[in-house]
Design a protein around this ligand. Structure first.
Ligand SMILES: *Cc1c(COP(=O)(O)O)cnc(C)c1O
Length: 490
């Protein structure tokens, strides 16, 4: 099947009817072994169908992607790389991995792609260790005149281990929208690297490239990391690369959140990380709309080190997921996906405008990607109260810190809302404007409640009478015109 017919088929009635039969058959097979799992699987579909999903990191993968994962590829061990495995009989895994990598290279215009990482965090670990291996291990090995790390004496190995553990990384701060895996202490990356972060301008809340440059000059990181999970704006990767070059840092971009916008050609030129970064990491299940997993793109220079992700930080690759990545990446190479990605961005704009028109405060004043970050302090609420009140009313979002958040990372002062999932269901600008209206009604009708110790509560709240039920009904009405997996009779 060619790439253009792939979407035509995916939209056809035959495709839906066949997928429907496939799921019915699969569930009846599962039912014979553990009926509660079949039931929970059905229930999950029902719940997803009836929920207004605004979680910025979630999406709905196609039936083709989902069905691809349920195969005997799950049974195969294939440690190593294509054509170079530590297990026998991997010829079909080779086929699958090669196709997935080819799609990834073609889609993103990358010199090299590695599709084995099981998740976003794994992709980042592969990237970090590839950078360390490239920039720390090899010169040291050459100096002492040995071929491989196994030839080093115990003493030499100790000194190398110390070198690995004393490198520096500079990434975006958490409250500005950065990610835990970019060198923060609770994550293993924070134990690997001596880390510092750059924030955003206190007035505009935008990345201040001069500040990034100043931090880089002072700190001299080995790795400069760009990428975020809660920053509602685009990043100029050309400027970031310039800064990295100035201080001799490897430039890494984690596009876990916005890979779909890169794939769909919404982020082009200096907003496309691939031509500028040495290494790009991603998840495959967020805006990219594939199976749960990760991938790494790299320049030729880093390809060999990334290729050693297994055994460096990964065990056996999940061949069934690599197969599903191949299917999702094939979907992402269609013009239909580009239309989708543009709609994701247009919808985020509509959502932001809907909020602003109704007096809400947005971090940075708006969005030009797939998410908005609502500062809910104006409603007298914490992010936690807002998240719970919205959920009671049928709106699924998640709380998130805002820059310099006075309520910290647990209670927070913000709520993050994204458009990828509902855009997959077919929502357009009008529907997202309605979402803003419903959310503002809920937040305006919610008051904080006193905690059990009599202090002002950060978690408790009360919704106005009838507000939750009224909003739930309105959400159901909104969703009714945009069925999830139409044609799937389950
Ligand atoms: C989601 C995310 C990750 C982690 O992805 P997982 O698949 O959950 O491990 C890493 N980096 C960024 C920027 C993310 O948004």
């Amino acid at each position: 099947m060619t790439l253009t017919t792939a979407t035509a088929a995916a939209n056809g009635a035959d495709y839906a009817a066949t997928a429907s039969q496939a799921y019915q058959a699969a569930l009846s097979v599962i039912e014979q072994v553990e009926p509660r799992i079949a039931e929970a699987t059905r229930q999950e579909l029902a719940d997803q169908r009836s929920s207004l999903k605004l979680i910025a990191s979630e999406n709905y993968a196609s039936p083709a992607v989902l069905l691809t994962m349920g195969s005997w590829f799950s049974d195969k061990y294939a440690e190593g790389t294509v054509g170079h495995r530590f297990y026998a009989a991997c010829q079909n895994v080779d086929t699958v991995e090669a196709i997935a990598a080819e799609h990834a290279r073609e889609l993103f215009g990358a010199e090299y792609a590695y599709v084995q990482p099981h998740s976003g965090i794994d992709a980042n670990l592969v990237a970090f260790w590839a950078i360390l291996a490239n920039r720390v291990e090899l010169p040291e090995l050459a100096e002492v005149g040995v071929k491989g790390i196994n030839d080093l004496s115990e003493e030499q190995w100790e000194s190398l281990r110390h070198k690995f553990g004393h490198q520096r990384a500079l990434g975006m701060s958490l409250d500005a929208g950065g990610h835990l895996t970019h060198g923060f202490r609770p994550n293993i990356s924070g134990k690997m690297f001596h880390q510092r972060s750059y924030g955003t301008d206190p007035t505009t809340q935008l990345i201040d490239y001069d500040q990034v440059r100043a931090a880089a000059r002072e700190f001299k990181p080995l790795v400069l990391i760009a990428g975020y999970s809660a920053y509602p704006r685009r990043v100029n990767f050309a400027k970031m690369r310039e800064i990295a070059d100035e201080v001799g840092a490897t430039f890494m971009v984690d596009m876990a959140h916005f890979a779909g916008l890169v794939a769909g050609k919404v982020f082009t030129g200096e907003e496309d990380p691939v031509p500028y970064a040495h290494i790009v990491t991603s998840t495959t299940h967020k805006s990219l709309r594939g199976p749960r997993g990760g991938l790494v793109l790299a320049t030729k220079e880093y390809a060999d080190s990334v290729d050693r992700g297994c055994p460096m930080v990964l065990g056996g690759p999940m061949a069934h997921v690599m197969a599903a990545k191949a299917v999702a990446l094939a979907e992402a190479r269609t013009t239909g996906f580009q239309t989708y990605a543009q709609q994701v961005a247009d919808n985020a704009k509509a959502l932001a405008e809907g909020f602003t028109r109704r007096g809400a405060t947005l971090v940075t004043g708006g969005t030009d990607n797939h998410l908005v970050l609502l500062d809910v302090s104006g409603y007298g609420l914490t992010g936690r109260q807002a998240e719970s009140a919205l959920l009671d009313a049928g709106i699924v979002s998640n709380r998130n810190a805002v820059p310099s958040d006075p309520n910290g990372a647990w209670y927070t002062s913000g709520v993050r809302l994204g458009t990828p999932a509902l855009t997959t269901r077919g929502f357009g600008a009008d529907e997202f404007d309605r979402v803003a209206e419903l959310a503002v009604d809920v937040l305006s009708g919610t008051t904080p409640a006193t905690a059990s110790n009599g202090k002002p509560g950060k978690a408790r709240y009360v919704l106005a009478d009838g507000l939750a039920d009224r909003t739930k009904a309105a959400c159901a009405e909104l969703l009714a015109d945009f069925p999830l997996y139409p044609g799937l009779q389950l």
